[in-house]
Design a protein around this ligand. Structure first.
Ligand code: SF4
Length: 287
């Protein structure tokens, strides 16, 4: 591999669009330049087999298939995270015109090629992230990006509790409430009360943001029924969530459903965000 400390000949620059977990040829840990975080987010990918228990139409994981995360080599995960936070390779990967404020590490996010809570070593991985963050004196949050589906498992709850004790936050995926719409967008369907039950558990353990992907299908934005069900759900949960992260199609889907999806324009996203805000919650948009 090219010497990553050679700023004149970088292997590859970090970009907003490049969220490839193989970025530095590490197995579990990867940096991304995050517009959302206005800086660098260190991603931890426990699903190195590209397996998820959902199959979202917009998913950017190549070769996505159903399943759980494999056994994690915890010493290797810790060594990779330590190596990246020690930082000899990271800063030269950032394009030279990147403002200084964007060069800071903003969070450590469990966000990989599948559902992170399906890892049999989810709790241990949280502990590693916490330990390395604290050892490096970083005052940054840990973030769990999850579809929330396994929140009833006691070991997942233990991991979320550990995350919260480490000052972490949960991003809980809720794209659609109507079962048929959820089936189309997420490849799985739950009854709204099942989603509510899992969200209640997450909110009892940690600070929770909803994360919602809002896109058109065959050129049609989500209809009035989808909007109504979503707004009713958010209003009902306004007292227990931190807010909503609303995002569109920042990067192309790598799934067979990709031809059906198109991004909504800025005006449509802003209007939708304002409707959500009217329920009394904060909304952050990434388009
Ligand atoms: S939950 Fe996440 S990883 Fe799983 S299919 Fe959906 S977008 Fe992909």
């Amino acid at each position: 591999m090219t010497n990553p400390t050679d700023a004149a000949k970088p292997v590859r620059w970090l970009t907003f669009r490049d969220h490839d977990p193989d970025f530095l040829n590490l197995k579990y840990v990867y940096p991304v330049l995050s517009r959302r975080m206005q800086g660098i987010s260190i991603g931890i990918n426990l699903n190195t087999n590209n397996a998820c228990n959902w199959a979202c139409a917009y998913c950017q994981v190549p070769g996505l298939h159903r399943g759980d995360a494999p056994e994690v080599n915890l010493p290797l995960l810790e060594a990779e995270l330590k190596g990246l936070l020690d930082n000899p390779a990271l800063s030269p990967m950032i394009p030279p015109d990147t403002p200084e404020t964007m060069r800071q590490i903003r969070d450590i996010a469990f966000s990989g090629n599948g559902e992170p809570t399906s890892s049999p070593q989810f709790v241990e991985a949280i502990e590693i992230a916490r330990r390395q963050r604290d050892t490096h004196g970083l005052e940054i949050p840990l973030v769990l990006i999850t579809n929330g589906s396994l929140m009833r498992r006691s070991e997942v709850q233990a991991g979320v509790k550990a995350l919260a004790e480490a000052g972490g936050v949960v991003w809980f995926k809720v794209d659609r409430l109507l079962p048929a719409s959820m089936k189309r967008i997420n490849g799985i369907s739950y009854k709204p009360e099942q989603i509510q039950g899992r969200l209640d558990i997450a909110c009892s353990l940690a600070k929770v943001w909803l994360q919602t992907c809002w896109v058109a299908w065959d050129g049609q934005p989500p209809g009035a029924e989808d909007e109504g069900a979503y707004l009713e759900f958010v209003a009902r949960n306004a007292h227990q969530i931190e807010g909503v992260h609303l995002y569109g199609l920042a990067r192309p889907s790598l799934q067979p459903e990709a031809p059906h999806l198109t991004a909504l324009n800025e005006t449509q996203m802003t209007e939708w965000a304002n409707k959500i805000r009217a329920t009394g919650v904060k909304v952050q948009i990434s388009i």
